[in-house]
Design a protein around this ligand. Structure first.
Ligand SMILES: [Fe+2]
Ligand SMILES: [Fe+2]
Length: 308
């Protein structure tokens, strides 16, 4: 009883829960699920843009893209470490991912058709990730909140590099401007889906808000993202593919059109354009890395023996 009261007081006072602290099983499970899904998303998220590293149009663009994709690997690794502080096992989490038993963000199940996709992913996908993740810097679980501070700084770099790339393309030829518009058309709606189902259908939101794992609802964050993106699109000179997008002076927000949730559910349940490709490649990378894990384990065992 005391342990539970301590936990509740910590949450009430906006202090952090640390790995050594007692926590309800539901809280631990929810945190593991959230942190693992986030980690998986960072790792799978390397693939769509990674496809363009060998085809980047200049050495400068290649260096920037390499750095960005490498950052995403780093984010995945911090987050797997954060999940381990909750008692999760990294090998088990990886197995859950490659066997399709644990999810990653559906946004990474779309193909990157042109180099403009690299820019639009930075602008919209990393932009949406920032909207989602900045409030998580105040999440109640300490290791997750602290990892998020560093991740958000790097995500800001990602967002700017994407926007800068698009600005450059928009100052280029008509063909380049068309590529930017086409990529914007394809990524806009999936980006809005990144915030998850509407509040009315989001089953975990209320409990996660009570535990201060989550600070804002899906719809609040989605609105924030829309309000942020409209002026950015105007400055860039592209049109967002939504005829219902309109400033609502009364609400002080942009109204926007209906999201195709049936499509979202299809992609979540494995039927997006690239679900199979992403998992197959992740599985192969895991198998190809077996010798590295074996060597590391043998090395550790040898040193443990020598120390004994
Ligand atoms: Fe990331
Ligand atoms: Fe990123």
């Amino acid at each position: 009883m005391n342990l539970e009261a301590d936990f509740n007081t910590t949450i009430e006072r906006d202090q952090r829960i640390e790995p050594r602290d007692w926590m309800p099983e539901g809280y631990r499970k929810t945190m593991i699920r959230q942190v693992a899904q986030h980690a998986h998303s960072e790792i799978i998220g390397m693939q769509p843009e990674g496809d363009w590293i060998t085809r980047a149009p200049s050495l400068r663009r290649k260096a920037i893209l390499l750095a960005k994709v490498q950052d995403e690997a780093g984010h995945g690794l911090y987050l797997y470490s954060a999940a381990e502080t909750l008692g999760a096992d990294r090998t088990d989490l990886t197995e859950r991912l490659i066997e399709g038993r644990q999810k990653y963000s559906s946004i990474f199940n779309y193909p990157t058709l042109t180099f403009a996709d690299v820019g639009v992913i930075g602008w919209l996908v990393d932009g949406a990730a920032i909207c989602n993740q900045v409030p998580l810097c105040r999440s109640s679980y300490g290791p997750y909140a602290r990892a998020m501070i560093r991740i958000c700084k790097e995500e800001s770099f990602h967002q700017r590099q994407g926007y800068e790339l698009l600005m450059t393309m928009m100052r280029g030829t008509q063909a380049q401007r068309d590529m930017v518009q086409d990529a914007t058309n394809r990524w806009w709606w999936p980006s809005l889906m990144m915030f998850g189902p509407p509040d009315a259908e989001s089953t975990n939101t209320a409990q996660s808000m009570a535990w201060k794992i989550k600070r804002h609802t899906n719809d609040e964050l989605r609105q924030r993202f829309v309000d942020m993106s409209v002026p950015q699109a105007e400055k860039l000179g592209v049109t967002l593919p939504d005829p219902d997008m309109k400033w609502n002076a009364e609400r002080g927000h942009y109204d926007f059109g209906e999201i195709d949730w049936a499509h979202f559910k299809e992609v979540v349940s494995g039927n997006g354009p690239c679900n199979e490709v992403r998992l197959t490649r992740r599985r192969k990378a895991h198998e190809d890395g077996q010798w590295v894990r074996d060597a590391a384990a043998a090395y550790a065992a040898k040193h443990k023996e020598a120390a004994a």
